[in-house]
Write a protein that binds this ligand. Structure first.
Ligand code: HEC
Ligand code: HEC
Ligand code: HEC
Ligand code: HEC
Length: 204
């Protein structure tokens, strides 16, 4: 009896309250109907997905690769803002000399000063480029020379840790990089720096 009451609480199959010995419930739906329903949903999602993709996909997609082909033309239309070091050297001969002879000869002027397009247009100076001053200089140098940047291989660029670098040179930690290093040729003044810190021959 307990079994019969239990069964009556479920919706399918509907069973009489009193179960006879050889009663076999009659299922209304086929045993695989849930699979059919899931497949139907998947097919609808697939068809709608393909239709939406066809509607929103840019025409040139896939022309050259897995991206919009006309993106290349869009990029080419953008004005060129950087001009490499060659674009600075003619007008700044004094800095050119220092920079070309120093250890920073491979470093781009524009990395530290910004793009030439903000400075010169059609051969005429239209605005000054910013130059970092004070604490900002320290931040600028450490963008490349900070030992904390672990992912950079040691042999690719010499790195220091702060304030240990200054402590080793026996100066106050608020000393700025350009008090000892010429920003354009960082080792140019090191002789003088050595005199300041009282060390004749350092590591080299
Ligand atoms: C057409 C010549 C010309 C070119 C090319 C040129 N400069 Fe200049 N630049 C000048 C002149 C002239 C000044 C001084 C502007 C002033 O004092 O108003 C100047 C000023 C500067 C200043 C500011 C100096 C200060 O004391 O504030 C910086 C920094 C600078 N240039 C960097 C660059 C860099 C980097 C490039 C290359 C990307 C470059 N310049 C290309 C002519 C040029
Ligand atoms: C590592 C960063 C860095 C690079 C690379 C660099 N500069 Fe500078 N530059 C500075 C900083 C910082 C100053 C301001 C502080 C100073 O002069 O000590 C400066 C100052 C200047 C000034 C003003 C000079 C003055 O006497 O006031 C000019 C002009 C200039 N740079 C041009 C150039 C040119 C041209 C190049 C490339 C040949 C270049 N810089 C490369 C960081 C850099
Ligand atoms: C864009 C990255 C970059 C910036 C910013 C930069 N440097 Fe450099 N620096 C280099 C590269 C590259 C070298 C040459 C490779 C080397 O010797 O480590 C170098 C070399 C040096 C060296 C010589 C290392 C040696 O003993 O051979 C010193 C010192 C130095 N930089 C100081 C500075 C100072 C000070 C500043 C800030 C004004 C600065 N750097 C900003 C990239 C940079
Ligand atoms: C008191 C002067 C002084 C100050 C300030 C200073 N340095 Fe130095 N730095 C030196 C001397 C001296 C050397 C040794 C150069 C050598 O051995 O050829 C050196 C070497 C370096 C080197 C090369 C390290 C190596 O392993 O060979 C880098 C990079 C450097 N300094 C970056 C900086 C940066 C960035 C700052 C600012 C945060 C700075 N320095 C501030 C004096 C100074």
């Amino acid at each position: 009896m307990a079994f019969a009451v239990f069964m009556s609480n479920t919706n399918t199959p509907s069973v009489p309250l009193v179960v006879e010995e050889d009663y076999v419930p009659e299922y209304k739906s086929k045993p695989y109907s849930h699979v059919v329903r899931i497949l139907l949903i998947l097919i609808i999602v697939g068809v709608v997905g393909v239709a939406v993709r066809a509607m929103v996909l840019p025409k040139s997609f896939g022309e050259y690769g897995h991206y919009r082909g006309t993106a290349i033309e869009d990029e080419m239309k953008r004005p060129i803002r950087n001009g490499t070091n060659a674009s600075c050297l003619a007008c700044h001969p004094y800095i050119r000399e220092m920079h070309m002879e120093g250890v920073h000869k491979t470093v781009s002027c524009e990395f530290c000063h910004g793009p030439v397009a903000d400075h010169v247009k059609d051969g005429k100076v239209i605005a000054k480029l910013p130059k970092k001053q004070g604490k900002e200089i320290k931040r600028l140098c450490l963008r490349c020379h900070n030992r904390i940047i672990r992912a950079r291989p040691k042999e690719s660029i010499k790195m220091i840790s702060m304030p240990q670098h200054l402590e080793q040179k026996h100066v106050r930690v608020d000393h700025n990089c350009n008090q000892c290093h010429n920003v354009h040729a960082p080792l140019m003044w090191v002789k003088e720096a050595r005199a300041i810190v009282g060390v004749e021959e350092d590591s080299k």
